[in-house]
Design a protein. Sequence first.
Lengths: 112, 114
Amino acid sequence: DAGITQSPRHKVTETGTPVTLRCHQTENHRYMYWYRQDPGHGLRLIHYSYGVKDTDKGEVSDGYSVSRSKTEDFLLTLESATSSQTSVYFCAISLGSNTEAFFGQGTRLTVV
Amino acid sequence: GENVEQHPSTLSVQEGDSAVIKCTYSDSASNYFPWYKQELGKRPQLIIDIRSNVGEKKDQRIAVTLNKTAKHFSLHITETQPEDSAVYFCAASPNGGSNYKLTFGKGTLLTVNP
């Protein structure tokens, strides 16, 4: 498996609290992504990064922010968690265009 | 942006039969089309991919075909086995300079009955 680790693996938080999910890679891949997976919706892109400090929005970016201060770390922050953000979050990495994306183990987030 | 439609959403076959999953995409700039398999509780993993300069690619029991004119691509699994049961996702990506977005379909739950 590619060297990609997500933390935490499970989290329960209350509505209105901030939450940060971490994705750490040891592969030195340029591209990193955050997806959320919900039944009936597949994998939807939240934000992605194409280099240190270079990020862009995906299709479901509202309510989320990201930061990438180092090649190996990509953080996803929910500024004020809502119940609609209950989901499984996957981080992925890739070398670039036309190359395989490797996924982390996923983080199950429950907002109560 | 890119929109990927995937059909069917569920597919049930008997062991040994073939399974076909179809996807269409909207962005004519897309030129990379991977397929991922996700077993229950696991992460998605690449099983096969195809690039726009190729019309068909095969790897043992799995094949993918691409029709760029019609903007659709398909996954074919022959001689299905119970371990093929999983959710399968298609995806599409343009080769757009320094940016690279991988857009997924909504997935197909394949069940192979022994």
